[in-house]
Ligand binder design. Structure first.
Ligand code: SF4
Ligand code: SF4
Ligand code: SF4
Length: 285
């Protein structure tokens, strides 16, 4: 039995015993190189624990006073909101950190897609999250899944309405691919993309990375084979990451805004929603 199979069997056993959640199982399995679909199938195959016998307890009957309340109709429940799976005109894809659980299914889907697109031979035996355009990054003490914010300069203040990375690229390798151009499902629809034939790469340049890091922690990364720049192209409007994300609203299309200020909230409001998310999750409030 290969090491991978042994490791997957261990994870299945832990899932069966309730020592890890299904989401943890999917994350660990995909980090081991298993595709999201295969990981979901393996999670479904994990044997369920049998019913446990509960010793009978003697509970004294409690007297319930009769009530004269008529049975009420159950309140109709609204269907949970779901994110759009495709780009809306004038909108861009962003991560909502208050909804994202950090499972990294998005990063696995993104890296698989772009690795197969640019390095089909390597894709047969290689899997690395370094090909992903959506990645976990450390901000202060918190790891947050991050993607390019599709920001733009202020024409009136900075003399350009391009993206900062597009503005500083000496090769004009970073450009917006207009609607009707590009490769469907990969680039186009007014989203940025890197022309890999023009990009001179991290060792000779890296200016796009520098300017973006000044602001956001970086929407730019570099593939580990040719070290060419990578940016989220919003898959030309058909994002693989949104398809793969199990959280209905963690990845959403937001109206295109300047400098990525997507949360029209005060810092205090944003901090409070993050606090509630973290402490609700761990049952401390
Ligand atoms: S890569 Fe960075 S600088 Fe370029 S558009 Fe995205 S967020 Fe802005
Ligand atoms: S690394 Fe490539 S895309 Fe980035 S600024 Fe340099 S040439 Fe342009
Ligand atoms: S939209 Fe496409 S390129 Fe951007 S992070 Fe998602 S899968 Fe990657």
């Amino acid at each position: 039995m290969s090491q991978l199979h042994e490791r997957l069997s261990e994870l299945q056993e832990k899932l069966r015993l309730g020592q890890i959640t299904r989401r943890d199982f999917l994350r660990y399995a995909t980090l081991l190189g298993v595709s999201v679909g295969a990981a979901e199938a393996l999670a479904a195959c994990a044997p369920k624990p049998g019913p446990t016998a509960v010793p009978p307890t003697k509970v004294p009957p409690t007297k319930v006073p009769p009530t004269a309340v008529a049975p009420s109709e159950p309140a109709p429940t609204a269907p949970p909101p779901v994110a759009e799976k495709q780009a809306l005109p004038g909108h861009t894809l962003l991560v909502d950190p208050t909804k994202c659980t950090g499972c990294l299914n998005c990063a696995v889907a993104c890296s698989e897609k772009w690795l197969a697109e640019y390095f089909p031979n390597e894709a047969k035996h290689l899997m690395s999250l370094e090909f992903s355009r959506i990645r976990p990054m450390r901000f202060q003490l918190v790891d947050v899944v991050n993607v390019c914010y599709d920001c733009r300069l202020y024409q009136w203040a900075e003399g350009s309405s391009k993206a900062p990375c597009e503005q500083v690229c000496p090769q004009a390798a970073l450009t917006v691919v207009p609607v009707g151009e590009g490769k469907p499902g990969f680039t186009g629809n007014g989203y940025l993309n890197v022309d890999r034939d023009l990009c001179t790469g991290l060792d000779l340049c890296g200016r796009c990375l520098e300017i973006c890091e000044d602001q956001f922690g970086s929407g730019i990364s570099f593939d580990p084979i040719e070290k060419k720049a990578q940016i989220c192209s919003r898959c030309g409007g058909l994002p693989a990451c949104v398809e793969a994300c199990p959280e209905p609203l963690a990845l959403q299309f937001y109206p295109l805004m300047t400098n990525g200020r997507m949360f029209a909230q005060t810092p205090a409001d944003l901090a409070e929603s993050l606090y509630n998310k973290i402490y609700d999750k761990f049952g401390r409030v």
